[in-house]
Design a protein around this ligand. Structure first.
Ligand SMILES: Nc1ncnc2c1ncn2[C@@H]1O[C@H](COP(=O)(O)OP(=O)(O)O)[C@@H](O)[C@H]1O
Ligand SMILES: [Mg+2]
Length: 254
């Protein structure tokens, strides 16, 4: 990958401590479109300070992606405070936000956001490069084989199915190896068997000490979470362990 980009990123980042703590206090996000205002989030209070597998559950339009974008510092709240590891990011400069995001947050986007001109291997290697990890090419190969794509290393995104592109995006996020992993509908394009494998991979990340936040509209998936945060019309309507207790991935059906 482009060594210049990686070198520049390393040089431009102040050294910030990283961890797995996320705090949202009274967060609201409103979008103004023409004469109308859409309230995507309102009165959101969310505190995650444990390594855990957390599922954010809600129907389409309930504010899930907006919430992940707030936590991932990709968007700023209209009201309220977002803090990572106790540091109030709503009062930080863009440069600090950029540096903290790069060291703290790994993101699996709902729409993948793969680089179309890079192969699967190069896309994943980019993740490892940005995180300034050594042996990025080896990490990328290993990551793609963990998501079952060892035989697609040199395919470009347009030569891959939706599910394969989603798995490249997952491998790229894992290659950045940051303490907070945010995944937006990460099994949306996957068949059941592959979806379960990916869930297990994400669970392993939580067991290894990360905070893993997975967004889904699929209630069945929430059964394997340590904690389920339910959103409805931009509000958190419940927050706690899954109803009926935590299940094993082997017991899931969808
Ligand atoms: N950039 C935007 N401009 C205007 N409205 C938006 C924007 N992003 C999201 N919304 C609106 O905010 C609400 C929540 O969206 P979103 O967070 O994407 O929900 P979800 O991910 O749960 O489907 C929706 O009503 C959506 O139409
Ligand atoms: Mg969404």
């Amino acid at each position: 990958m482009d060594q210049d980009i990686a070198t520049h990123l390393r040089a431009s980042s102040p050294d910030l401590s990283t961890g797995t703590r996320v705090d949202l206090d009274d967060v609201a996000k409103r979008y103004v479109v023409g004469d109308s205002t859409v309230t995507a989030l309102t009165e959101v209070n969310l505190h995650v300070d444990e390594a855990a597998f957390v599922v954010v559950l809600g129907p389409s339009g309930s504010g899930k992606t907006t919430l992940l974008n707030m936590i991932g510092l990709l968007d700023t709240p209209t009201d309220g405070r977002v803090a990572l590891n106790g540091r109030d990011m709503t009062r930080s400069s863009r440069r600090e936000q950029f540096a903290l995001r790069r060291r703290s947050v790994s993101f699996i986007f709902q729409t993948f956001n793969l680089f179309p001109g890079l192969t699967a291997l190069e896309n994943v290697q980019f993740g490892a490069d940005v995180a300034a990890r050594p042996a990025a090419a080896d990490i990328a190969r290993d990551g793609l084989s963990r998501v079952g794509l060892a035989d697609r290393l040199h395919h470009f995104p347009h030569q891959l199915s939706g599910g394969e592109q989603q798995r490249v995006a997952i491998a790229r996020a894992l290659a950045t190896d940051n303490p907070i992993l945010l995944a937006d509908e990460p099994t949306g394009e996957l068949d059941f068997r592959t979806g379960v494998q990916i869930l297990e991979l994400l669970q392993e990340q939580a067991e290894a000490g990360k905070t893993v936040l997975v967004v889904t509209h699929n209630r069945e998936l929430s059964r394997v979470a340590d904690r389920v945060i339910e959103l409805s019309s931009g509000r958190i309507v419940s927050d706690g362990p899954p109803v009926g207790g935590k299940s094993r991935t082997a017991d899931l059906r969808w």
